[in-house]
Design a protein around this ligand. Structure first.
Ligand SMILES: [Zn+2]
Length: 339
């Protein structure tokens, strides 16, 4: 296997933050339009300023998002960022992406409705040009008032026929239990919306239990620290709950000491449903191809395992079943043809 082949394989991505995945040049142009000061004026220097290599914690890692969020204050900016995001993903042969963000973080410059309609319009525009499907996940934040999470879950439900496929809970994990936001999950689930939840990244296995048992999440964002609780591992395996694994990001946040120590190998060997994702393209300085390449070169995953991960990405998508099945049929045929 080589990097070029990984680039050409059809791929799906389920865990990536819109506010962490902006083109540096676009940030500079948007900052100029909006009168915002950035830490650097040329794209390469800005890339370095936003890129996190070794944060001491998830909290420190999340601070970088203040820089990207500073230029996401108009509907036009959100539309453009979502549009370019899907173009870049499609250029890497991603056929399906669920991109997430928290509309409440953009509410000082626009209404919540504008904050959701703008990125949906950007995704639709890119979808028409590329054929790649882009869907949105709306995130509540652990550090915000749970009432805001409930408002965001309502917003997600209101747009469930227009491209929003799920509700998520993100943000600093330790000391901010998901259970406090249970009503938001309950609202989403009771209205037929799928849910995922960041857990087992900035905190331990008990946080994953809460995401699954109290919040009813269908997938787990990261789930890196699942290995801390063998009973929970069994639960996740038996129920085939997909893990949204983000290798590079986990090194950057200090969730794992190095890529080689990442437990994903163990999760695959145990038969869990593993998907690979970037978490963010700019903040983590990566692409989905880079993540697959790292899994191959640094964790020793072979072609069969890579193909399994790719198929798990499509199988775990929050798409209606008929749509998912036809996409999967195309992807299977294409993987076969590239063998
Ligand atoms: Zn994330």
């Amino acid at each position: 296997m080589n990097r070029d082949l990984l680039w050409r394989l059809p791929k799906a991505e389920l865990h990536v933050h819109l506010d962490g995945s902006i083109r540096p040049q676009t940030m500079i142009e948007l900052a100029r339009e909006q009168g915002v000061r950035l830490p650097a004026a040329d794209p390469e220097a800005l890339k370095r300023a936003v890129h996190v290599r070794h944060a001491r914690s998830l909290e420190e890692y999340l601070e970088r998002y203040q820089i990207t969020l500073s230029v996401m204050r108009t509907p036009a900016a959100l539309e453009r960022i979502a549009y370019e995001f899907l173009l870049d993903a499609a250029a890497e042969n991603l056929r399906y992406v669920e991109v997430r963000y928290c509309p409440a973080l953009h509410a000082d410059g626009m209404s919540l409705v504008e904050a959701v309609e703008a990125p949906l319009a950007g995704l639709r525009r890119a979808e028409k040009e590329t054929g790649a499907l882009g869907r949105l996940i709306i995130c509540g934040l652990r550090t915000l008032d749970p009432k805001i999470s409930l408002d965001l879950a309502r917003l997600a439900v209101d747009y469930r026929r227009d491209g929003v496929v799920a509700f998520d809970l993100a943000g600093a994990e330790r000391g901010h239990p998901a259970a406090a936001h249970a009503r938001a999950f309950e609202y989403a689930l009771s209205h037929g919306l799928k849910c995922t939840c960041h857990a087992g990244e900035g905190d331990g296995a008990h946080s994953i239990w809460q995401a699954l048992e109290i919040c009813g999440a269908h997938r787990i964002g990261h789930g890196t620290r699942l290995y801390e609780d063998p009973e929970l591992e069994g639960y996740v395996r038996e129920r085939r709950i997909p893990l949204e694994v983000c290798l590079t990001s986990n090194v950057h946040t200090g969730t794992v000491a190095s890529l080689e120590e990442h437990p994903v190998r163990r999760y695959l060997d145990e038969g869990m449903v593993v998907t690979l994702n970037t978490d963010s393209r700019l903040v983590d300085g990566t692409t989905l191809t880079d993540e697959l390449w790292a899994a191959h070169t640094r964790l020793g995953l072979g072609r069969k395992e890579i193909e399994r991960i790719i198929l798990s990405g499509f199988e775990s998508a929050f798409l209606p079943e008929p749509e998912k099945e036809s996409l999967l049929a195309e992807v299977r045929a294409e993987l076969e043809a590239l063998r």
